[in-house]
Design a protein around this ligand. Structure first.
Ligand code: DAH
Length: 331
């Protein structure tokens, strides 16, 4: 019997030494196969006196069972190890992934611009674009601002040293895209045109010399001031939520008649001026080859940076351009 115990011990250490399934099945054959000590012993049971055979047979079976268990246990352990290694190799390190997500994302202004486009596209508008360097025709004249017009002075225009003096400039608003669109397309027109605009303003908490506007233009039959007010209201609600209200105040722009400024309500009940709007001036339609007797339109334009500042409660608009990662990362 003590020989058998030794056999079990040996089988245990052989199993423990096996590093993979091949080695293990080799060891298993050594201890349980046809040529193993156990099998030999079984064959020799018949040589025992009859009275001892049954007990010896039971012992052998017991030993065999123990050894089988030893190998099964080791097999499970080896399989676990293999799976463990595989899991380790295929593991997704979530913390690493968060780190890489942090490496970059769209700038707050770009996010706002995309969001604005989405809201207007949802209202049936398409997105138009125009160049950042413009001629006096597009930036002023076609918009009913001839060169003697005092409104030109309001735009603090940055001129480019090209062509006649004050002939080429960085666009001071996105309104020239209205003209470019009407020149190219017949009504009905429903567009928004977001983009960068430039003025000689020095940067402070509420101004940037390079800023962003979004322009809207609708030209169709029977368009009224009511359509303008309704469009602005729907936009404000879609962008800010239904708690925010909008209002129009009479104002003056050369390219619209009548003209208005539109404000949105702040949580404290005060109003924030967002932009200008109005019914497209008949001269502007004529300048673009559209018959004002047949078509009417409205237009609006407002600053995206201001909108972002209001939406996220920034008290200095320069935060948007100084590229401080600690600021940018928050959005
Ligand atoms: N272009 C104007 C500005 O930058 C804003 C504006 C006012 C745009 C009225 C419009 C409009 O389309 O109808 O100050």
């Amino acid at each position: 019997m003590s020989d058998y115990q030794k056999l079990v011990e040996k089988a245990r250490s052989a199993a423990a030494l096996a590093q993979n399934t091949e080695e293990l099945s080799g060891a298993r054959t050594d201890f349980l196969g046809k040529k193993s000590v156990l099998s030999e012993a079984k064959k020799q049971l018949g040589l025992l006196p009859e009275g001892e055979r049954a007990a010896a047979g039971r012992d052998l079976n017991e030993i065999r069972k123990l050894i089988e268990e030893t190998f099964t246990d080791r097999e499970t352990a080896i399989q676990d190890e293999i799976w463990g290694l595989q899991f380790e190799a295929e593991r997704l390190d979530i913390s690493e992934r968060l780190e890489s997500l942090r490496r970059g994302h769209l700038h707050l202004i770009t996010q706002a611009r995309d969001h604005l486009e989405d809201v207007f596209v949802g209202m049936g508008f398409t997105v138009a674009e125009g160049p950042e360097v413009e001629t006096a025709w597009y930036n002023f004249e076609a918009l009913n601002i001839p060169d003697w017009h005092p409104a030109r002075g309001n735009f603090d225009t940055i001129f480019v040293d090209l062509g006649d003096p004050e002939e080429v400039m960085l666009r001071s608003h996105t309104s020239p895209v209205q003209v470019r669109t009407m020149e190219k397309h017949e009504p009905p027109i429903y567009i928004v045109a977001p983009g960068r605009t430039f003025r000689t303003d020095s940067a402070d908490a509420t101004h940037l010399p390079a800023f962003n506007q979004i322009e809207g233009l609708v030209v169709d039959n029977g368009i009224t001031m009511g359509d303008l007010a309704g469009t602005i209201d729907s936009f404000v609600q879609a962008f800010f939520g239904s708690e925010v209200k909008s209002r129009l105040r009479p104002s003056y722009f050369p390219f619209t008649e009548p003209s208005a400024e539109f404000d949105i309500s702040r949580p404290d009940g005060s109003w924030l001026e967002l932009g200008g709007c109005g019914m497209v001036h008949p001269n502007v339609l004529l300048n673009c080859g559209i018959d004002p007797e047949e078509w009417q339109g409205f237009a609006f334009g407002f600053g995206i940076d201001r909108l972002v500042a209001m939406r996220y409660g920034l008290d200095d608009i320069r935060e948007l351009v100084i590229n401080d990662a600690r600021f940018l990362r928050q959005f």
